[in-house]
Each structure stands twice: as structure tokens, then as C-alpha cells.
Design a protein around this ligand. Structure first.
Ligand SMILES: [Zn+2]
Length: 300
């Protein structure tokens, strides 16, 4: 049996088919129909049917998408594709496809992909972190995504940056109505704003990392602040969850120095005489969302 994963995003819908051993058998993408719930359902169903016809096999189906299914109502909420919010998308897809269709958010899919056969393969407890336009997280314990009654396990981007310094209070305002959230410091836009504030220089997060690597003093200072804040934010997670591995994804995860720099710093805040948690870069990168969705649907 094959494993089909769908990454349902605001602009595109991608499908992947994996063999039992994780080999990629097929990958397709289509544009997400605009503001049309039933057209989106049909597009997903068509991708599944076409993939199964092409491969001559049927499979499990899992879906990764922003937002979460409310355990209380079964309805999707918090999606940036607003026409999906308040809809029973899981039940409707199960009817359409005639099978169970587990759905979870993209950070959970990322964590599951990396924990299954990626950079954290074989680890018992994995915390997957997306450091991108936003900051999200997901937890996988012995091969299973942890969800919880509120379907928010791992969502630490809107917790406050821990152990804040005077000049970090109250911190930048965040869209969810708070200020000083981890996301406002550690997202791509967060480091760009921080650099602008400190040096009056508007650079992309990519350029800040690249210029620091060739000795630019201002960018180096910004990268050091970033590393130290990431160390504090992750130390807070280590004190609660004590994961074996923390895997980073998203644009900022491509800054190579984080993997030595952050573990050299987090000792100061982790409540232990030594820290054996490993901090690693993703293996599958942008593919982890859709691969994790495929593993989600798999009977293990
Ligand atoms: Zn926030």
C-alpha cells in the first residue's frame, strides 16, 4: 500500500506518494481554487484519484494544512485560507474519499516527517520548529504527533520570549494582540525588524546571515542576538518537554551557525548540569510538510 500526503496551502495544493520505505513515487501540484470550498475539496479528491490511477495502487491519505480541527466541533479554524474556516473539511474529505483522512497543521507534519525518516529518525521525543514567516512548533513522541484537547501542542511561537532583557520589554507587537512573543523576535520578519531597529539598515534575513558570515560587524551583532534569543526560547522548551532532538525548519534554519552557536548558549537556562538534546537541521526542508502528511495517514 502507498502513502499519500497532501499539503493544502493558500496558493497551491501538493500531493506526494511514498512507498512503505519512504521512497518518493510521485509528486504533483495544482493551484488552490480561490475562495471556493467545494472546488478545493474536489481538487484534493482529484489529486488522490489521479495519483492512485497512475500508480495502480490505493493508499492512506493524510493532510497538512494551516490551522487546526477543533476537537469540540470538528470544524477547521485558524486557516489562512479563510474559506476553509468553520468547515467540516475532515468529515467532507472522508466522505469524498471513502477512508479516514487525518489532518494536522504544517508544523506537526514537519516534525513527523523529520522524526520518521529525517534528521531526527529514531529519536523518542522530537520537537520540530519552523522559523519562517511565522514561528510554529510540533511534537512527535515515539512516532506519533502529540495533539491534545486544544490541538495546539508545540505551538510556542506566541509564548513570550523567556528571560527578557529590559530592552526586549514589552517587545514588538504581534498580530494576535500580544507583544514580545517568540515569533516577533525569531521569525524571518522578526530578525529583519530587529536589525533595522538596531542599525537603521533594511536587510532581508538571508542577507543578514550572509553578511555576518563574511565579517559584517552589524550583521554579526544581530545574528548573536538572534542565537541568544533562540537559545533562551528553546531552553524553555527543554525544561518542559526534554526532547531528544530539536529539528529546525523554515528559512532561518538554513543559517548554519545556529547548530553550534545555540547549544553553546542554552546551557545557561536549561535546568540541568549538562544538555544532551541535539539541535539539528531538517533533512527534507520544504518537502517535510507534504512527506509528514503522508506519514500521518500511515498505519504504523
Ligand atoms: Zn503573538
Amino acid at each position: 500500500m502507498i502513502r499519500l500526503g497532501i499539503d493544502l496551502g493558500g496558493t497551491k495544493i501538493e500531493i506526494i506518494a511514498l512507498a512503505q520505505d519512504g521512497r518518493e513515487l510521485l509528486r504533483r501540484r495544482v493551484a488552490t481554487p480561490r475562495d471556493d470550498y467545494s472546488a478545493i475539496l474536489d481538487a484534493v479528491a482529484e489529486l488522490v484519484r489521479d495519483a492512485e490511477a497512475e500508480l495502480g495502487d490505493s493508499g492512506s491519505v493524510g493532510i497538512g494544512t494551516p490551522g487546526s480541527i477543533s476537537r469540540a466541533t470538528g470544524l477547521l479554524r485558524g486557516s489562512n485560507s479563510v474559506c476553509l474556516n468553520g468547515k467540516p473539511i475532515k468529515a467532507d474529505l472522508e466522505t469524498l474519499l471513502g477512508r479516514e483522512v487525518p489532518i494536522t497543521n504544517d508544523a506537526n507534519c514537519f516534525a513527523l516527517s523529520e522524526a520518521t525518516d529525517g534528521a531526527a529518525a529514531g529519536a523518542d521525543v522530537v520537537f520540530g520548529v519552523i522559523l519562517g514567516t511565522g514561528v510554529g512548533g510540533g511534537i512527535v513522541v515515539r512516532g506519533h504527533v502529540l495533539t491534545g484537547p486544544n490541538a495546539i501542542a508545540g505551538e510556542w511561537g506566541h509564548n513570550p520570549l523567556p528571560w527578557p532583557k529590559d530592552d526586549e520589554r514589552p517587545g514588538p507587537a504581534c498580530f494576535a494582540g500580544h507583544s514580545g512573543c517568540i515569533e516577533t523576535f525569531l521569525s524571518g520578519p522578526g530578525i529583519e525588524r530587529d536589525h533595522l531597529r538596531a542599525f537603521g539598515e533594511a536587510l532581508t534575513s538571508h542577507d543578514i546571515g550572509a553578511r555576518a558570515a563574511i565579517g559584517d560587524a552589524a550583521c554579526e551583532a544581530t545574528m548573536r542576538r538572534y542565537e541568544e534569543r533562540l537559545a533562551r526560547a528553546l531552553a524553555h522548551v527543554v525544561n518542559i518537554l526534554d526532547p531528544d532532538v530539536i529539528v529546525l525548519g523554515g528559512g532561518m534554519s538554513n543559517v548554519q551557525r545556529l547548530y553550534a552557536g545555540v547549544p553553546a548558549l542554552w546551557r545557561s537556562w536549561v535546568f540541568s548540569d549538562r544538555v544532551d538534546t541535539r539541535l539539528v537541521k531538517h533533512r527534507y526542508g520544504d518537502s517535510s510538510g507534504v512527506r509528514g502528511a503522508a506519514w500521518l495517514g500511515a498505519a504504523k
